[in-house]
Design a protein around this ligand. Sequence first.
Ligand code: DUC
Ligand code: ZN
Ligand code: ZN
Length: 471
Amino acid sequence: MRFDTVIRHATVVTASDSFTSDIGIKDGRIVALALGLTEADEVIDATGLLALPGGIDSHVHLDQPSGDGIVMADDFASGTRSAAIGGNSTVLAFCMQEKGQTLREALKVYHAKAENKCHVDVAFHLVITDPTPEVLGQELPALVEDGYTSLKVFMTYEGLRLRDDEILATLDTARRTGALVMVHCENEDAIRYLIGRHEEEGKFAPKFHASTRPIAAEREATHRALSLAEIVDVPIVIVHVSNREAMEEIRRARQRGQKIAGETCPQYLILTADDLDQEALEGAKFVCSPPPRDKASQDACWEGLEQGVFDLFSSDHCPFRFDDAEGKLNEKGKRHFRWIPNGIPGVGTRLPILFSEGVRKGRIDLNQFVALTATNHAKLYGLYPRKGTIAIGADADIALWNPEKRVTLSNDLLQHGADYTPYEGLEVEGWPVRLLVQGRTVMQDGALAGADQPQGHYLPRGKSALVRPAA
Ligand code: DUC
Ligand code: ZN
Ligand code: ZN
């Protein structure tokens, strides 16, 4: 057979195996894994490189409305560009329902935002902010059938948070339809109370973002979300876990027999609350929710990754420019932490950070790396086996990594829309040097290939591997 592309002499790594093979690609798919493949229009010599499934970042915010006068730093073009630079072939972005809006209307808006802009493949999670009987009873079941098989609910943020009875109703719809619910777990009332107390005490600096969102507020909400899921008998994903106490709630729920997925993110391995405590509002660069904690919490998150409490390692890329009146340093944000938009950029740095700090430092092995960054995302969000692995018939989404390349992270490399990276100056070992998405080279040596013609596809999805077939 003559292939479109052959990758030769690669060390192929999947979530379960590592082996030497050539990879034959035809019509965007992997069609052969064997030694001695040569007949191809294009031959890529991967001697000394690892061939990993392209990263799947299942927690990315792009072009999302973020409050009066605030503009998210990445649209679908710049966000997926940075994703490609960082070795990702697929991102799952959020489609935020505005209050009063139907989900179909929201999807129309987000499809338009993404159309002809994406450098990698994309899919959408629905964010449910207005769970009316029509939304839960009619729209959502139809949308799940149409391939929108996951949704997110918030327990914090006025205007976004759902009450417990609304969460229960949403979970019940998920159970009936086979959707997977992601939950942002922080206790809004406790946070409100603490913000009020901080205001009385004249505490307005960025560092107080962290002290108004303590571990107990995350742990309590995590426990409550897990209890609500138990009551309805439905699997959920606890997203962006920042500390041991929330992680242990997941472990205990699993021991009770619940089907739960857990996610953590680079910020909880690398940053601490001390990063928010800096001169000249510099701390605003690190404001995200839940906030980074302390060294013991970092160690706990590593333990969760090593021991499989966490299935997912995602970026929670939610970028705002720092030195910008529409970003972190907006007029109100300069005076009070509660107006600093929550979120940090990270889609371009997620994989190198876990590769370097995790694999190269011996905390996890390469197969765990692949599971945590690609395969589990595909399985949990209904993209497997088309995505997330290197196998016959899968999309040819392949990241070629130089495992020894040393890079000092800097904002210029990442090509996102933010004017900073929270990881400036961090040295990493291991770097993605080439990325194929559905057989096309999209990134090579830190630059986009064919940048003028984004060719990422929208991906309708099947149901999560965590979801049992409806009884
Ligand atoms: N939750 C997220 O998932 N991302 C950014 C901000 C937030 O609160
Ligand atoms: Zn969240
Ligand atoms: Zn998020």
